[in-house]
Write a protein of this length. Sequence first.
Length: 498
Amino acid sequence: MKEYVLSLDQGTTSSRAIVFNKAGEIVSVGQYPYDQIYPQSGWVEHDPEVIWETERMAAEEAVKKAGVPISAIGITNQRETTIIWDKKTGKPIYNAIVWQCRRTAAICDMLSAKGFGEIITEKTGLMIDAYFSGTKIKWILDHVPGSYERAKNGELLFGTVETWLIWKLTGGKAHVTDYSNASRTMLFNIHTLDWDEELCEMLDIPMCMLPKPVGNSELYGVVAEGIPGLESLAGVPVCGSAGDQQAALFGQGCFEIGSAKNTYGTGCFTLMNVGEKPVRSHSGLVTTVAWSIGGKTTYALEGSVFNGGSTIQWLRDGLGIINSAPEVNPLAESVPDSGGVILVPAFTGLGAPHWDMYARGALLGITRGTTKAHIARAALEGIAYQVTDMINAMRSDADCDIAVLHVDGGASVSNLMMQIQSDLLRIPVERPKVVETTAFGAAALAGLYAGVWESLDEIAAAHESERTFYPERPAADAEKDYNQWKRAVGRACGWIEK
Ligand code: ADP
């Protein structure tokens, strides 16, 4: 019987591997952190060989600890991070340029100035930004001598991190990218599910270096013989892959139109399943492929809040009113409300749906009665208000409601914040038992192909709820506070002078 799946979760700061059983439980974990490379201000790189080596070691550790037969391997990864390597030698020609890296901002300005914004959004669902892989590929080809010619001659291969890992695992046999990762390159047409010639020309990218776009739950290849430490995995199918956010949406069981998840990490990442047709956002959200299984493609709207858990870090490190993040909860719970205080955590501007880079944080409504407990409570509320703004934008863009918000991430352990979130959104907020939703999503995609799970229903059954929060406050009270929040956002917007 097929029962165990290995999930490789290649993140920005560490490479992890988790073995899941059919019940969706964690059997074992391997994890190796690795170094960030900062060549200059605003630039971020990783060593692709280190990405592979740490992921290989994590897999070895997880498989050894589990001591069970692995039926399938799934991959999830930091998205947009760009690697180019030599097809023959397998050696990268430059470090991986990481999603956070801003070095290609000038290329983006050039694309905007040439008026490419509309065509890029229409075809890719994205807006022009240095996050996405396209301009990073161009930068490497522009800066590594001779690489443009070599790419044109078919000597070089491009890949995002899942492409690189699949290529390494299959001993160079499979050069593929899954649709969810391809959606983040700014070169991929999300309507036709293929690379776009016009966009590649726009950035001078030879199409022969691009991987083959593939579905999220299908056979990419099998693990090659003789990979040190992974000998026991030789022949195991590599058959599931999705970028981290899409994998979390899948792992949270958001299979229906209008189902959504929010990850409360340093920032917050929200994705909402919008069904089989891409929805164009009018609020500055991104449209992306969530997954494609058996030829059926599901799309999502995606948005992020810049400052989520980082607001709690600021209470700790900036204000010094708590010693550790978990202390925010008892402090905030020690008062029945924020006493009229509103904290707008626009420390680095505001993202969707406000999009104001000139906004800055604001603390409003302070009186002589204000205490640190009120500020702690206002911080939790400020995070929940921002998520509410974004989800309301999604509700309106997709013209459909959300039945339940599924949550994960380090700050989702705050019961008070989850209750506030449910009161604001007027829907249940569900926190799962296994919080490793990203890794589980990749395992589920692979296990679905390999027959560990027979259907989406079976996967949903493996997803157990730990606690669900239901709206408790009267709707009118919550709405009154939300209107107050909107007024506060108005004060924070445009704060620094252009
Ligand atoms: P990331 O993946 O972005 O590093 P995590 O998902 O690990 O983030 O979440 C870390 C965030 O969770 C931190 O910003 C921290 O402030 C917050 N956090 C951690 N523990 C708690 C807690 N008990 N209550 C509220 N927030 C918490």
